[in-house]
Design a protein around this ligand. Structure first.
Ligand SMILES: C[S@@+](CC[C@H](N)C(=O)[O-])C[C@H]1O[C@@H](n2cnc3c(N)ncnc32)[C@H](O)[C@@H]1O
Length: 385
């Protein structure tokens, strides 16, 4: 990778001007002329017709250039201003008392390839492109100052690299919807927690009073703790990660909730659902939040089939008059296709359903009109007859 200070120029055919004027932040490698020679990791001025944009070039991956500005190459002041704007956009979320939320949502905040999450006094940055790596310390220092954090880190497997400030302790306790959760910086999945469901977890708390709840793909029990806090009579948390389930137990205790109402099951959801059906277990609320089921476009059809199957199997466990809360974080499966797959699953299970809630992104996961791909999260709640 060369010094990102270098500015190369790339001319695209005139008919590619629309790519630049649309302000979509990506240029795919197959849009580049075959004979281009741009140093890996350098800034590039892209021209097409009379349109111009400035981005960072990656020699590997389907996305060749991530665009950051359409007037000039970003300088230090530009980066600081972009971070300030993103942090101010979360002022409302912070004012609600949550201490864990997404600070930078890559393309949605005009910072393609860079995600950062706040966990209490610390933040974790996750880059999605090599070309942005030289800018991470600058972004980290800006975050530290703007959010008044103690430290900003990047994770490499189970190792942490301190980008600014101090290293965090192994665990931090955060506050979400007035409840407390542990975050493990080195053993957690993604940056630590799945922050994108904060508002959906609050919603589950609001409807859980007196219910028997099954939380599938429970991770550290975010939905389970909310359901118990909402007065659920019994909650089962199912996941294949023993470490996450151990933290789910600790999170229940941390909130002084009744441990005897919470059961954790280290099981593969796909295999476990038919067993539950066979055993005659039924629940008033089933929560279904699987991990991403497709990484590439080619896997989309398979993912849709998996959503249909999972939702059918989950719906069979819902008591008459109960609810199914179903989510998808698969960016490759758009909302329409997910809704169709869920509908097909409900039909397959022979359940008639009416839609109670249809949600997607919270304000800390902003989606730009010019980047609809950022809209990855779907969350629905159905009432089942
Ligand atoms: C999107 S996360 C769930 C986040 C969770 N709902 C929350 O609010 O924090 C997906 C979870 O599925 C788990 N998982 C992945 N494959 C699984 C499987 N086949 N059976 C059970 N759990 C699985 C992962 O360990 C992870 O905890």
């Amino acid at each position: 990778m060369t010094d990102p200070g270098t500015l190369a120029t790339l001319r695209l055919p005139d008919d590619a001007a629309g790519i630049l004027t649309s302000r979509h932040p990506w240029i795919y490698r197959d849009h580049l002329p075959e004979s281009h020679r741009i140093p890996d990791g350098s800034w590039v001025r892209v021209e097409a017709g009379r349109a111009v944009a400035f981005g960072l070039y990656d020699a590997e991956g389907a996305i060749a250039i991530r665009l950051f500005d359409w007037d000039a190459r970003p300088d230090e002041a530009w980066w600081k201003a972009a971070v300030t704007t993103a942090v101010r956009r979360r002022d409302g979320v912070a004012a609600e008392g949550h201490t864990a939320y997404r600070l930078l949502f890559g393309e949605g905040d005009g910072l393609p390839g860079i995600v950062a999450d706040r966990y209490g006094r610390f933040a974790v940055i996750e880059p999605y492109a090599r070309s942005v790596e030289p800018f991470l310390p600058l972004v980290a220092r800006s975050l530290l100052r703007e959010v008044r954090l103690k430290g900003v880190v990047r994770r490499h497997g189970s190792e942490l690299e301190v980008l600014a400030g101090e290293p965090p302790p192994p665990e931090e306790t955060i506050r979400e919807n007035g409840l407390r959760f542990l975050v493990n910086f080195t053993a957690g999945q993604k940056t630590g927690l799945f922050l994108d469901h904060r508002e959906h977890r609050a919603l589950v708390r609001d409807v859980s009073d007196g219910l028997r709840v099954l939380n599938l793909f429970a991770y550290t029990g975010g939905f389970s703790v909310h359901a118990l806090a909402g007065g659920a009579r019994e909650v089962w948390s199912v996941d294949t990660s023993a470490g996450a389930l151990a933290d789910a137990v600790r999170n229940v205790a941390l909130n002084d909730l009744p441990a005897e109402r919470h059961r954790v099951l280290d099981e593969d959801v796909f295999a476990f659902l038919p067993q539950l059906e066979e055993a005659g277990e039924r629940f008033d609320l089933v929560i279904l939040d699987p991990p991403s089921l497709a990484r590439r476009k080619a896997q989309r059809a398979r993912a849709e089939a998996a959503y249909r199957r999972l939702n059918a199997a989950a719906a069979r466990l819902v008591t008459p008059g109960g609810m199914l809360a179903t989510a998808s974080c698969t960016a490759q499966v758009p909302a329409k296709a997910f809704d169709a797959a869920v509908k097909a699953g409900l039909r397959e299970a022979g359940r008639s359903a009416s839609l109670r809630v249809k949600r997607g992104h919270a304000p800390d996961h902003p989606v730009r009109k010019s980047f609809p791909e950022g809209q990855y999260l779907k969350f629905r709640v159905f009432d089942l007859a």
